[in-house]
Design a protein. Sequence first.
Length: 94
Amino acid sequence: MIQTLSQVLSLAGSETRLRILYLLEEEGELCVCDLSDVLQMTMPAVSQQLRKLKDGGIIQSKKVGQTIFYSLKQEHLEIVKPLFKHISSKLEQA
């Protein structure tokens, strides 16, 4: 459990990757184009961050037609959910 938490937090150390994980936790699954729009980043830049998260084993992908959707793996969702709940409460207070 500690090793998994360390891996997740290490990959979430980038603000962009943390935001991607947060959005995936909130929405369930998103494609690169949706993440690109929300984050106001280019699709190649988002894809690069998604690759790091996928290579780290934190997210998974599924292809529907020509579109690839990304989501958090269930075992990692349980780890980040309390963190994102805390972030959400702070955003609501702001």
